[in-house]
Design a protein around this ligand. Sequence first.
Ligand code: SAM
Length: 273
Amino acid sequence: MEDKRTETGVAAMAACYQRFDPAAYLQYNYTPPRADFERKDSIVPWKLACLHRAFTEGDVSGELLVDIGSGPTLYQVLSGCEVFNQVLLTDFLEVNREELRHWLQGEGGCSLDWTPYLQHVCKLEGRRPSAWTEKAAKLRQVITDILPIDVHRPQPLDSDVLPSDGADCLVSCFCLESVSPDLPAFTRALGHIGRLLRPGGHLLLIGALGESYYFGGPGVKIPVVPLSEAQVCASLSESGYTLIRLEVYTLPQDMRVGVDDVSGVFFVKARKD
Ligand code: SAM
């Protein structure tokens, strides 16, 4: 009975995503005020600082980084691309994979200019902002593929795309809670993606706190599992991860721009047991 309910919920989520609009989503979440590089309390600089710190502490290393549910965005791999020789991007929707391919091929047609993001991460790395062209080239060199994924499948990626012991690191931002119909499905998805990670490998997870919906385009209201910090910690431990650090960002009033009802954001660094 419960399996049937979850199956129906997962199918309903997949149906919601058929109207996802990458350009609108980028406009809602990845332009000012949410991406204001002059402000320390803007949400995107906060996320970039968390990722920069996590990737430069020295414990995250290896050959292969996989980003789970990339959507149409690149910000989440701008620090990791300096540490890993190979980066795989993944998403459920072809429209998002297409958006990422536009950037990767460098032939224009992108819905967002990632230059200020590249410049900002260069600054975090102590490089001159003009080094952004080198970072863009590096990113294009290390991203070797953009693959379909479904975190609700026990085997989220095709079986032959990863080495047999799994990736060295996973990053995933705002994916699991916004594609799961309920908390058990979120926890299960966390377990499914863990199968892509080698034992001892790291998971860097960013997600929404207290969010019940977001807009994936004009009139495209997508339900989200509202999470608390305690639920995130319990789901991690249930799914075979040891928490290293949890950081929380609370949205300032002027960051609540009517495209969702998110109240905060968590950043997790964890290790697979
Ligand atoms: N990672 C991006 C970010 O940080 O903005 C995008 C997050 S967006 C809220 C959620 C993403 O999950 C969308 O790109 C969507 O296509 C993807 N998605 C939807 N269903 C999925 C599924 N079953 N498995 C994996 N990803 C899914």
